[in-house]
Design a protein around this ligand. Sequence first.
Ligand code: NAP
Length: 272
Amino acid sequence: MAVSSSSPLSRTLRIGIVGFGPFGQFLATTMMKQGHTLTATSRSDHSQLCARLGISFFRGMTEFIEAENDVIMLCTSILSLTEVLKSLPLHCLKRPTLFADVLSVKEGPREVLLQVLPEESDVLCTHPMFGPESGRDGWNGLSFMYERVRIRDEATCSSFLHIFESEGCRMLEMSCEEHDKLAARSQFLTHTIGRILSEMEIESTPIDTKGFQTLIQLKESTIRDSFDLYSGLFVHNKFAKQELNNLVLAFEKVKQKLEEMNEKSDLSMQPL
Ligand code: NAP
């Protein structure tokens, strides 16, 4: 794993966004602020929002692909990546293009991108480790993971990475496999605990401790993300299955310890 602090010569890019949902919109705002030219396409019609942001929105995939973007950034849900990628008329690409994905799992997308994209396309797999909530006040100090999977056009790749570097992100170069291993223990676990707390319908009380307020915040921030996103963290990360098992086992162990204590205390309360 390498932490990069280089400051490459960067240029403004033409970036095409595939999937203009909450995260695509969030990234687009900063990219526009930096002076990049943006186009977008998505399953739903986001043309009015795009018009307000100064982004050209294409309902048709062919016009989108023919728009000669330097970078096509894939911001679609984890579950729909393969279907979306296969629906792009890639034969209409007018020149070699950098495809960069921002999906929250990495090994699966890496494989799909290598399988589906034309050999002349460059591939950069990334995961900005933040979202609209945690990155609301800027990206300074937030982590940005990436793997340069197949890069020949160094200038375009560096300029794309510079978008995040220049906002102060902690740039972490690591393999997609390493990412998935770490993210299963951190991000997937966080989301799972948040979802469990939501199932329990926990709410603030008049006597909240700081710890409980943290749990409420966790519940609220996890359920703001779509269920597609959460289930994608499980379905498309082979390490997540083991973490779910570990969580169940740990819960059972804690429960068992409490039950043992309960039995002991029941015995000690017996009248002599
Ligand atoms: P999401 O629910 O994961 O994805 C929503 C996007 O996927 C929308 O653009 C939606 O299109 C598209 N989509 C969903 N199902 C589709 C289908 N069957 N066919 C075509 N398009 C489909 O929500 P998100 O938060 O915007 O995340 C987008 C990506 O960024 C995900 O891969 C996620 O893992 C990644 N990411 C998210 C965050 C975050 O904090 N939210 C952080 C880092 C990375 P329409 O809007 O047009 O319906």
